[in-house]
Design a protein around this ligand. Structure first.
Ligand code: ADP
Ligand code: MG
Length: 321
């Protein structure tokens, strides 16, 4: 199979979208924005042995490559629409590529997204996705918008993916059912697109949890020039996971693990009822885990009632740390 066979056979025959003026096949794609909307762009790169293991199934790999990018759109409150996929592939293994593409298009179609271009070269296995989303003009959820007194909320359950990863790296042990539940989150995170859009007019600041909850909240604090208090015991978890880990491991994986692809956002107290409604309407668990404060720093305490401060050894993942 040649590069051009691959493009023709696997990439070109997709459902259409009336905003795509020109899709795959020319030197560049053209999309037409809707009036009254902003376009939102993001890119994320995934490297072998850094973001995925070499022996990962092509279905799981494709899912993760796209899901982590969709998650950035969710964090802006945007609707993901178009994708460009650049791939370095050691060879064009048709069976592997078919499985990869089936999974990629399965996830793309769930969100009504279209692959409009990319690049394919021979090389070490690497992917870079550029994703384009759409959102009502001027309404994006930005990191700089947190206000003192805001509640801090998080979606889903935190720390499962990091626990699975640490288990694979032999840094902890988990009962097999617990491991399987955690590994599913590590391999196939489900980006919170519906929630992101549902909180557009309610939340102040938002971001997705990719590198560790504490570190990612830290980005909101820095951008908004505020502080926060987080209540560790209120952070949603899997009870069996918490029982299986030491207290130190649980705190580390939950507060500083990463790979969750949940949303963390701030909103005024007056929005609590509307947020609970948005949570129900989008069938997405949300939990209040802290407050934005004027302290200028992130303070992690054991629980809201005891206020005992916890010192974390690391706040999250840093590629150059
Ligand atoms: P160019 O020479 O301009 O780089 P290519 O021959 O590489 O063009 O690509 C031909 C068409 O196929 C282009 O529309 C490009 O966007 C698309 N394409 C190539 N690789 C991919 C890929 N991995 N995913 C999606 N589209 C791709
Ligand atoms: Mg090319």
């Amino acid at each position: 199979m040649t590069e051009f066979d691959f493009i023709r056979k696997y990439l070109q025959n997709q459902q259409q979208d009336h905003q795509v003026v020109l899709g795959i096949g020319d030197d560049a794609a053209i999309v037409r924005p809707k009036s009254g909307y902003d376009l939102c762009f993001s890119a994320d790169m995934l490297l072998k042995n850094k973001h995925f293991f070499e022996n990962v199934l092509p279905e799981d790999l494709a899912w993760k490559v796209l899901a982590v990018n969709i998650s950035d759109m969710a964090a802006m409150g945007a609707k993901p629409k178009w994708v460009l996929l650049s791939a370095g592939l050691p060879e064009l293994d048709e069976n592997w590529l078919r499985r990869f593409c089936n999974s990629l298009f399965d996830l793309a179609q769930r969100f009504g997204m279209i692959l409009i271009g990319g690049d394919t070269t021979r090389g070490d296995l690497v992917f870079n996705v550029t994703i384009i989303g759409e959102l009502p003009q001027g309404q994006a959820l930005r990191r700089e918008a947190a206000k003192i007194g805001d509640d801090i909320w998080v979606s889903g359950k935190i720390g499962l993916a990091a626990s699975a990863l640490n288990c694979l790296l032999k840094r902890c042990e988990l009962p097999s059912e617990v491991f399987q539940q955690c590994e599913a989150e590590l391999l196939r995170p489900m980006p919170r697109v519906a929630l992101g859009q549902a909180i557009l007019n309610l939340a102040h600041a938002a971001q997705d949890v990719s590198d560790g909850l504490a570190q990612d909240i830290g980005h909101i604090l820095t951008a908004s020039n505020v502080g926060a208090e987080i209540w560790a015991e209120q952070v949603p978890t899997l009870p069996q996971l918490k029982e299986s880990l030491s207290r130190g491991q649980w705190l580390q994986y939950t507060l500083a693990g990463g790979d969750d692809y949940e949303l963390v956002f701030t909103a005024p107290e007056s929005c609590r009822g509307a947020l609970e409604a948005a949570s129900q309407q989008t069938d997405t668990l949300i939990t209040r885990i802290g407050k934005i404060t004027d302290s200028g720093r992130l303070k992690v305490v054991n629980s809201v009632s005891d206020g005992l401060e916890i010192a974390l050894t690391s706040l999250g993942f840093d590629h150059f740390g």
